[in-house]
Design a protein around this ligand. Structure first.
Ligand code: 5AD
Ligand code: SF4
Length: 433
């Protein structure tokens, strides 16, 4: 019987890809197989997120449960951003943990596996040219990391301390990876980085000058690639050249994530985001003017230290003006190692909860208005997943989730679908042959 691993992945798309990289290493070099039954695993991995406090607290209770349920002799490894941030402390607090592997060290998974109580969390470690084995969770879509780390110093964010300075992965490696994936059936390439449109700012070796717009062009030249998505871009780096390429290039999916964080220029300054409310609105307006059907999503933090009622109204004003398709909204959570945790004017929790509820309620109303306009229209849907009850799910170019009645034969195909029903999260439709 081969050895088995169980893996739980929390957090962002970057973590999903890091898990895929670890899975590739474990299967290729160590002969492991995946299992979704914890009790039969020889190795249990948890790939963590530390961007807010809640998941960090959850980690220790969760690994306690893993330790009780695991089979005798099974190893437990804690990976990802919380591993980078807490390092040895994890083993001190939970001595049954066998190793700790930081978010920027995942290529060392097969080493730490054989080193009792290993703690590999160096945030200067350079994995930008490491050739990981191939593994994809979906045969139809390939995640490709284009950079590691983040050079920004947003004052609320722990990520630069867990993933280190930003280094871009050489373009030739990325094109090669995307081509291989597309030729084996992944029509959609999903480019990932903490700040994708800062691509090319620093490479670890010699590299011709190149920015994110150039990279998008190169990926779109691969014949088998039909759709390109990316996350997360930074509003500050949304220059005209980038927006024009986004609009012009038919392979680039027309959904854009524009993490606003706050609509108040005063708060944006305290967050060190590098743009103002006016800049953000200008970029969103330009994008809409060029691509009227674009869907724009965002991240918003409410109750950042010093946020007054007036500042919050600025955020509400931006959501009225931009009409986001999706808003990931969070109450500010003070994080270790970040300057904002020591700022004056920490906002009481109840005020944060009220603001969050108001923002979400208004956004839900807006969504209901926006979504009803879709009924009866036809969109190209890329089908990726079978769902219970004889349904198949896929996404439109602008990232709406659509389900139709159908079977495997739709998987991996891009097909026109007429929308018949819609709610906030997804739409139903019928294939128009
Ligand atoms: N508190 C609340 N939300 C945060 N985010 C990052 N750091 C914090 C924090 N300290 C949010 C931001 C970011 C998203 C991934 O998580 O909105 O864009
Ligand atoms: Fe954090 Fe800002 Fe970097 Fe995003 S851009 S990962 S919010 S520091």
């Amino acid at each position: 019987m081969g050895k088995k691993f169980y893996i739980e992945t929390l957090g962002c798309a970057m973590n999903v890809r890091d898990s895929e990289h670890m899975i590739a290493e474990l299967t290729r070099k160590e002969g492991y197989e995946a299992t979704d039954r914890l009790e039969e695993a020889d190795l249990i991995l948890i790939n963590t997120c530390s961007v807010r406090e809640k998941p960090v607290n959850k980690l220790f209770s969760e690994i306690g449960v893993f330790n009780k349920r695991k089979k005798e002799g099974a190893k437990i490894g804690v990976c990802g951003c919380t591993a980078s941030h807490l390092g040895e402390e994890i083993i001190k607090r939970a001595p049954f943990v066998d190793f700790v592997l930081g978010a920027r060290n995942v290529s060392k998974i097969t080493q730490v596996l054989h080193t009792p109580k290993a703690v590999e969390v160096d945030i200067d470690y350079d994995e930008s040219q490491y050739a990981f084995g191939e593994f994809r969770s979906s045969p139809f879509k390939a995640y490709v990391n284009i950079s590691i780390g983040c050079d920004k110093q947003c004052t609320f964010c722990i990520v630069p301390h867990t993933r280190g300075d930003e280094v871009s992965i050489p373009a030739d490696l990325l094109v090669q990876e995307a081509r291989k994936a597309a030729q084996s059936g992944a029509k959609e390439i999903f480019l990932l980085g903490q700040n994708v449109n800062n691509y090319g700012r620093r490479f670890s070796g010699e590299h011709p000058k190149m920015n994110f717009t150039d990279l998008l062009r190169r990926i779109s030249e691969i014949e088998e690639v039909e759709r390109i998505r990316f996350t997360s871009p930074h509003p500050l780096h949304m220059d005209d050249e980038f927006l024009e390429e986004f609009a012009r290039n038919p392979k680039i999916c027309k959904s854009m994530h524009m993490p606003l964080q706050s609509g108040s220029s005063r708060i944006l300054k305290a967050m060190k985001r590098g743009y103002t409310k006016e800049w953000f609105l200008d970029r969103a307006a330009k994008l809409r003017a060029m691509v009227p059907d674009v869907s724009i999503s965002t991240d918003i933090i409410v109750a950042f230290p010093g946020e007054s009622d007036e500042d919050f109204e600025d955020t509400m004003d931006v959501i009225e003006q931009v009409r986001f398709e999706q808003i990931f909204s969070f109450k500010y959570s003070p994080r270790p190692l970040t300057p904002a945790k020591d700022y004056e004017g920490q906002v009481p929790d109840e005020v944060g909860s009220e603001r969050l509820a108001r923002l979400q309620a208004r956004h839900n109303e807006m969504l209901d208005e926006m979504k009803s306009g879709r009924i009866g229209k036809v969109y190209e849907v890329y089908f990726e997943e079978l769902r219970p009850g004889g349904k198949v799910a896929g996404r439109t170019d602008n990232n709406w989730l659509v389900q139709v009645e159908g079977s495997e034969e739709l998987l991996g195909r891009i097909v026109p679908v007429k929308i018949t029903e819609t709610n906030r999260l997804s739409s139903q439709g019928v294939v128009v042959a």
